[in-house]
Design a protein around this ligand. Sequence first.
Ligand SMILES: Cc1cc2nc3c(=O)[nH]c(=O)nc-3n(C[C@H](O)[C@H](O)[C@H](O)COP(=O)(O)OP(=O)(O)OC[C@H]3O[C@@H](n4cnc5c(N)ncnc54)[C@H](O)[C@@H]3O)c2cc1C
Length: 338
Amino acid sequence: MGASIAFQLASLGARDVVLADRRGIAAGATSKAMGGVRQQFSTAAEVRLAQASIRFFEELGSPLFEQVGYLFLATTEAGLAELEERRELQAELGVPAERVDPSFVDGLRTDDVLGAVNCATDGVADPPAVTRELVRRALKLGIEVREGTDAATIDADVLVIACGPWSAELAATRGVELPIRPLCRQLLETSELGLPDDLPMVLEAETGFHFRRRGDRLVLAMTDPEPRWGFDEVVDESLIPDRLERLQHRYGPAAETRIERSWAGLYDMTPDAHPILGEVADGVYAACGFSGHGFMQSPAVGRALAEEILGETPGLDLSPYRLERFESCASFPEELVL
Ligand SMILES: Cc1cc2nc3c(=O)[nH]c(=O)nc-3n(C[C@H](O)[C@H](O)[C@H](O)COP(=O)(O)OP(=O)(O)OC[C@H]3O[C@@H](n4cnc5c(N)ncnc54)[C@H](O)[C@@H]3O)c2cc1C
């Protein structure tokens, strides 16, 4: 997120832009992410952020972004009704999410599927590689990168807090309280298996279980049975057999695979799972609280924040994401946190 904002600021002609990370580039959640890029959310607020970012990913193209689609499968009548309701909202906003016959994916088990929705312009990306590409472009435009530097120590006219799960800590140094809590999430990666290049991200609508291709392997994830709040990034190995079983049930070519690698990272959760964007104190801006889906929103957020910081009217309406919404209770919970 910081890399995107710095790149957009530099693109708009800002000078003296410093991208500071107290560890290194893409050291936080970005290096842990699934890399899903989807416009299929349950609220207009989230749909718009991802939708406004798709063009950027399309321009990046393969191998940084593979536009393979995002296929939601419903196995119950209730799940199908919710999926259809969301599809209608997305279609109204111009997202090309369509009812499909999921058997177009070879090897996918579909005999228990009542209905499916795919958005062909969604896809999967490589978050650390995209971040490094943004930094490379931003450096060419004259920004300065300071790794191993705490942003709190920099004397600046404008401070942008884009510290993911650690954002509340930096905000506190400026007397600002941000309602952001870290939530531990884990991903599992299989052994190598033969996979088609165009395998979409596959999601079970009711359970949230999902998987994607990364090279010759699959990466899988699902919400934990109990939320694990806190900064500990620990894999709960007891969940691995269940996740593997789900994969093998759903995807035939994974029948003989095993889990070879697992890791955990942190979501930066807000009370309504929408981000906090914009000025939060004099000269202090926030771009955090992405609640597990900030990577796919970073192009649009970076652009809008940069425009606002430079005194322009952002092309994207940022009013739904202001910090003040928590005072007035005008929050609107996003249901599709995966
Ligand atoms: C397991 C997992 C799966 C995910 N899957 C997806 C997905 O499929 N799609 C998607 O869009 N998003 C996903 N996300 C969320 C996504 O990774 C983030 O929202 C996104 O990468 C934006 O990250 P960020 O830049 O806000 O935070 P981070 O990547 O965490 O970066 C914050 C940086 O701030 C630095 N920092 C902290 N404090 C300071 C300080 N005081 N001074 C200077 N630097 C500081 C840290 O070192 C860190 O590098 C996932 C996250 C996790 C954990």
